[in-house]
Design a protein around this ligand. Structure first.
Ligand code: BES
Ligand code: MN
Ligand code: ZN
Length: 498
């Protein structure tokens, strides 16, 4: 991971020693107007900056970046004008607007050493997150010369609040951006280097460094304890499965939260093999696990007054002579039996084991996230997570996902689909045998393993976790780190409100 160094400044941003000054623009008539914070830069242009931008055809819309050479009017050689788009009804610009504009500006500055931004005067936390995540690069696998990453960004201090408050906000925002970047790094690491054992060791190293208790169950420990789902799915690979348990005990913890994430380090589909086209993207099938590991570490860094216990099942889903087959019946952790009708519906099998194990800790909330179904992408697109679970927690998480800008929508668990999971042979089958509502059927399958009455939520991030399209806002190609910010905001909310 490379993230820029971020520091607050209280001097005039227009006079800062930097290569570029980042300002915000908003649509105004046929052209733009400047967002707050841009005044000093405009003064250096003799009040003509809007005219320059309009001449260049600027619109102020989302993801627009217009660069203007300063020709010696400022110490910086470039003004980078990033579109915030129209403010909301109350006339205010949202955090997500600042995050996206900051991200687009940072992306456009790859190869530039040093920038200064005034978007931080609109929303400091959002500017930090957007700038850091937009500047994120992952190029450790290139042997040739690499682009210089944006190395340093100075942030103009907001007019309101104290310097001390600004420092606290900066620190927290950097920690959140680092957690997202950690998840992205894990997702972007290719599957020949990130497999269950190596993923578990990376989780151990990250957790231990942050002061968490970490336990790694290897295949022998999994067999002894009867993790039939994880062992069944992982049995086709020479790279044996793992379950990682990470525990953070916060100060004055009054609530215990169980976190669970799907860690399929590569999903070929197994014997029910997937088509070749785009199969390489299934190296991101551990995005849920990456988000959970990063969030558990973040909880310790931000010292949330909570107990957080992460249970992270990791396996590689491969076809081979030792692979599980359609027709097999697996005995899951805790004793329930599952008839496997499709080995490509593997995520729910490793998650079932993890959910039962997590339930034994008697948490107050159970939060699970996974790249679980292609149907999530069919129903909600590539940027909106499907959120299922018990009514209250589901709606709470959906509201938080929306507020963080990561995006998510509450989805139902229709009772009539549960009957379609009935098995003649075992307690339940892993698929319904038809394609209708299969995101919801997967949620219903998971529900079978959640202890009665425990508030729980299932966040299907099959689309949002990985960007195979063009970069946008603060999201580059590859792993996005979704839903780390939603999980962090949920933990903060539980710490505050129970
Ligand atoms: N990992 C996939 C889901 C997925 C698909 C994630 C596309 C990201 C992008 C999952 O294991 C899977 O294969 N699901 C099947 C389930 C089906 C066999 C019931 C699916 O969605 O097609
Ligand atoms: Mn699959
Ligand atoms: Zn999968």
């Amino acid at each position: 991971m490379t993230l820029p160094k971020l520091a607050l400044i209280s001097t005039d941003p227009a006079q800062a020693q930097a290569d570029a000054v980042i300002i915000g623009t908003m649509p105004d008539g046929d052209g733009v107007r400047l967002a707050p914070g841009g005044e000093a830069v405009d003064t250096a242009f003799g009040g003509g900056l809007v005219e320059v931008l309009n001449t260049l055809g600027a619109t102020g819309k989302t993801d627009e970046v217009v660069k203007v050479p300063t020709l010696g009017r400022l110490p910086a050689g470039l003004v980078v004008a990033a579109g915030l788009d129209q403010p909301g009804q109350a006339g205010t610009v949202s955090a997500e607007q600042v995050r996206r504009a900051s991200g687009a500006a940072a992306r456009s500055l790859a190869g530039t050493a040093r920038a200064v931004t005034v978007l931080s005067t609109v929303d400091l936390q959002a500017a930090v997150e957007g700038t850091a995540l937009g500047a994120y690069t992952f190029d450790g696998y290139k042997s040739g010369s690499r682009d210089t990453p944006l190395a340093r960004v100075d942030l103009a201090s907001p007019d309101t609040g104290t310097a001390r408050e600004h420092r606290t906000t900066l620190k927290a925002a950097i920690a959140i951006a680092e957690a997202v970047a950690t998840a992205r790094d894990l997702i972007n690491t290719p599957p020949n280097d990130l497999y269950p054992a190596s993923f578990a060791e990376r989780a151990r190293a990250l957790g231990t460094a942050a002061g968490l208790e970490v336990e790694v169950l290897d295949e022998k420990a999994l067999r002894r304890a009867g993790y039939g789902g994880v062992l069944g799915v992982g049995g086709g690979s020479v790279r044996q499965p793992r379950v990682v348990r990470m525990r953070y005990r916060g100060p004055k913890a009054r609530r215990k939260v169980a976190l669970i994430g799907k860690g399929i380090t590569f999903d070929t589909g197994g014997i029910s093999i997937k088509p070749a086209s785009h199969m390489e993207e299934m190296s991101s099938d551990m995005s849920g696990a990456a988000a959970i590991v990063a969030t558990a570490v973040l909880a310790a860094k931000l010292k949330y007054p909570l107990e957080v216990v992460a249970t992270v099942p990791m396996a590689e889903n491969m076809p081979s002579g030792t692979a599980y087959r359609p027709g097999d019946v697996l005995t899951m952790y805790g004793g329930k039996t599952v008839e496997v009708l499709n080995t490509d519906a593997e995520g729910r099998l490793i998650l079932a084991d993890a959910i039962v194990r997590a339930g034994e800790d008697e948490p107050d909330y159970l939060v699970e996230t996974s790249t679980l179904t292609g149907a999530q992408i069919v129903s909600l697109g590539r940027r909106t997570a499907g959120i299922m679970g018990s009514d209250e927690l589901r709606d709470r998480v959906a509201a938080i996902a929306k507020a963080t800008g990561e995006g998510g929508w509450p989805m139902p668990l229709p009772e009539e689909l549960r009957a379609d999971l009935d098995s003649k042979l075992a307690d339940i089958a892993n698929i319904t045998g038809h394609r209708w509502g299969s995101m919801l059927a997967a949620g219903l399958f998971l529900r079978e393993f959640v202890p009665q009455g425990l508030p729980w939520v299932h966040i299907d991030v099959a689309g949002p976790a990985f960007n195979s399209g063009s970069p946008w806002g603060y999201t580059g190609k590859g792993g996005t780190g979704v839903p780390v910010r939603t999980l962090a905001a949920l933990l903060a909310d539980i710490a505050e409100n129970g």
